[in-house]
Design a protein around this ligand. Sequence first.
Ligand SMILES: Cc1cc2nc3c(=O)[nH]c(=O)nc-3n(C[C@H](O)[C@H](O)[C@H](O)COP(=O)(O)OP(=O)(O)OC[C@H]3O[C@@H](n4cnc5c(N)ncnc54)[C@H](O)[C@@H]3O)c2cc1C
Ligand code: SF4
Ligand code: SF4
Length: 403
Amino acid sequence: MKEFFNELDNRVIQRGLCTACGTCAGVCPAGAIDWVELDGEPQPQLTGTCTNCGICTAVCPGADVDLPALERYVFGRVRPESIPDLGYYREARVAWSTDPAIRKQGASGGLVTALLVYALEQGLIDCALLAGFRRDEPYRTEAWLAAGKEDILAAAQSKYACVPVNTLLTRAVSKGYRRLAVVGLPCQIHGLRKLQVLGEPPLLVKSIVLMVGLFCASQFYYEGTRHMLVEHLGLMAQDEIAAMSYRGGDWPGHLVVELKDGRRLTLDRHRYMYHHLMPAYKRDRCEMCVDWSAELADISVGDYWDPQARPGKAAGTSSCLVRTAAGEAILAGALRGKYIETTALEAPRLAAGVGFELKKHAAAFRLKQRRRFGWPVPDYRRDTDHNPFTRELHLAPETKTGK
Ligand SMILES: Cc1cc2nc3c(=O)[nH]c(=O)nc-3n(C[C@H](O)[C@H](O)[C@H](O)COP(=O)(O)OP(=O)(O)OC[C@H]3O[C@@H](n4cnc5c(N)ncnc54)[C@H](O)[C@@H]3O)c2cc1C
Ligand code: SF4
Ligand code: SF4
């Protein structure tokens, strides 16, 4: 029997709506869903016997994310269409790790890593599901189950290629872990919240104690990374690579590749992001995604682009939106324990980011266009087409006036 997996395959995967969040594989009680790699991209496939429980289809955020219903589940209320669209939050902060090594190792201010280290050391979590690099091919990403500080530190920094983090859910519970933190992109948090609403399998649902969401403008096809390695760094053979990071070196971090012969190659982040080496390979499903700031997470973390900070000169900082009691508790505890420092953040400033524009205006409009042509689209059950929010561009005065 494979009816339910067939439904997932027909409704989501074969229509290009899979976000590769990993939730279906991570919740399947029969362990029947695994991954195949097509064009370098992970895709779920049935490798075992589907028992027809239907959990995978129920939790999948690929085609259907009832944002208002999930918002009501998490916050007990649903925001009107007309408010600034960063979702519900209790507090907005700029934050960074007090440990200079973690701060430097992190993508922004190392906040996520610092929170996880705090939670682990205080016994609030016993493992975290994270994104790392494969040991055998250290330029390809994979989901990591980190139960020790060392692995949490090694998983720091953003991975700009798909990582189906949620795929490790059942594995974590079957190893005996009962307090899981998951760090995920907004679509991964959607899958987790759908799982909570479903309430099945109960032990797994109960075991997820913290959801740290990352702001996400887009995820990228691995092909983008491959092009940068081959064309821009001249690496014809990837097996020369000993280690790689997308945000290595000084803040804001660059594509840094360490070779087995000891050489170190760097591709400037400004060049690969703003000259579109990477954004050209934006995943198609991401073009249709309307959640930028991980609106349903316990705590959401993104880059903080301090207008005063000069690349290469300043240490990074993270921005964060504290959304739930669990998010509030971990931030307050880490602050009390001196794992992090924070300052106030005017949240609407975040909407000046490119990601906000891409998600809240461009993707919303794109969804409308695709619907008009009858193309497959995810249903977020929220009419975001007319989002009235106007972002304030924090440009230097001379840029604003065109002088
Ligand atoms: C694909 C992608 C797009 C992003 N887009 C934006 C954006 O538009 N605007 C913005 O402000 N910020 C964005 N971010 C978030 C930002 O890059 C940082 O991840 C965030 O600020 C946290 O930094 P930090 O130093 O606090 O975290 P760190 O201490 O560096 O820890 C980061 C944690 O995130 C996990 N992680 C990294 N990559 C992934 C991944 N692909 N999937 C799941 N978990 C992962 C790591 O395992 C690590 O635990 C994006 C991140 C990613 C991965
Ligand atoms: S649950 Fe996630 S990985 Fe599985 S089909 Fe849906 S979107 Fe894809
Ligand atoms: S843009 Fe949306 S669908 Fe794509 S990875 Fe980010 S959260 Fe997931």
